[in-house]
Design a protein. Structure first.
Length: 330
């Protein structure tokens, strides 16, 4: 009799990834499609990307072997509030030939599970937005921030981009020499760092350029801050240091002092070798010196692991986690 399989999906704003594993930990298929966040793309489009990723991952695999599935989703609240959206997901699941049940979890839990098999811990994510969450029994418990660009997401890519523009505006208002990060901002947004004789004219152009664009596009300026920091810019260092403090503060709102459970870092700003990631690790290690710091990994594999651990055949979920995800302490 063919071995049972599990299906995991990690659906974000820019990509949808699917993975199929046997219960012994063998990866049988992988699929990738476009962004599927229902909030930004709509439920129907999200379901279409779900189906495309599933079809690719199930090539050569009999879908009737699937016993369970988990979908990790950015924009979960939007989907749960929309019965038609959930129906579209159900239809895509069935159209892929899957008849097993599936669960949907927020992307924060998937990020945590991609870095740790421990049932309790903390996850901190910083990408375009930012959120921290306490995990208990592998479910999200307390959540800090994730309030969106207007009200929160402090320390995020959006926050960094806005801070860089604000520094450029301050330099122009004070009619002082532009900091290197300000030069980069003006060049990126206005095509040149040349300041007009009336500084206010350059200020007005910069403000109008920014306000005409969707607010979240400011996140695209975050790499400019990192690059300026790498070149030794003190203004960029101040921005990144403040961002790290905000992110560590978000964790401190929900994580008790002395907690020794793992902290998983996720999101593009915290998973690479970036100055912000380094500053955040330092800040977290200072507050929780005995807590292991881990990096988020393959979200689709983590979703598959969450699906598998509920099955009676999986007697040691931690061992299976090691097979599906190579977690390591920083």
């Amino acid at each position: 009799m063919p071995e049972s399989i599990v299906v995991g999906l990690d659906i974000g704003g820019t990509s949808t990834r699917a993975a199929v594993f046997s219960l012994s930990g063998e990866r049988l298929g992988t699929g990738r499609a476009g962004g599927g966040n229902p909030t930004s793309h709509g439920a129907e489009q999200a379901a279409a990307q779900l189906r495309a990723a599933l079809d690719a991952a199930l090539v050569g695999v009999a879908p009737e072997r699937a016993r369970a599935g988990v979908i990790g989703l950015a924009g979960l609240g939007r989907l749960l509030a929309d019965p038609a959206g959930r129906a579209a997901f159900d239809a895509a699941w069935l159209a892929a030939g899957l008849r097993c049940p599936y669960e949907i979890h927020g992307d924060a839990l998937i990020a945590y599970a991609s870095g740790s098999a421990d049932p309790a811990g903390t996850v901190l994510i910083a990408g375009t937005g930012a959120i921290a969450a306490q995990v208990r029994d592998l479910t999200l418990d307390r959540i800090s921030d994730g309030h969106g660009w207007l009200l929160g997401d402090v320390g995020s890519g959006f926050w960094l981009g806005r801070a860089a523009v604000r520094r450029a505006l301050a330099d122009l208002d004070c009619q002082r020499e532009l900091a290197p990060v300000s030069v980069r901002v003006l060049t990126e947004l206005l095509g040149s760092a040349k300041v007009e004789p009336r500084h206010r004219d350059t200020v007005d152009r910069l403000v109008q350029t920014v306000t005409r664009r969707p607010p979240l596009e400011l996140a695209a300026l975050a790499p400019l801050v990192v690059a300026a920091y790498a070149d030794g810019d003190e203004a960029a260092r101040e921005i990144l240091t403040e961002a790290a403090g905000h992110l560590a503060g978000s964790v401190a709102r929900i994580r008790p002092a002395g907690d020794t459970s793992p902290v998983v870092l996720g999101g593009g700003l915290l998973t690479g070798d970036t100055p912000l990631a380094g500053a955040v690790r330092t800040a977290l290690a200072r507050r929780w010196p005995d807590a292991p710091l881990r990096t988020a990994g393959d979200g689709a594999a983590a979703a598959a692991w969450l699906a598998a651990r509920s099955l009676p055949e999986v007697t040691d979920p931690a061992v299976l986690h090691d097979r599906l995800l190579a977690t390591s302490s920083i």
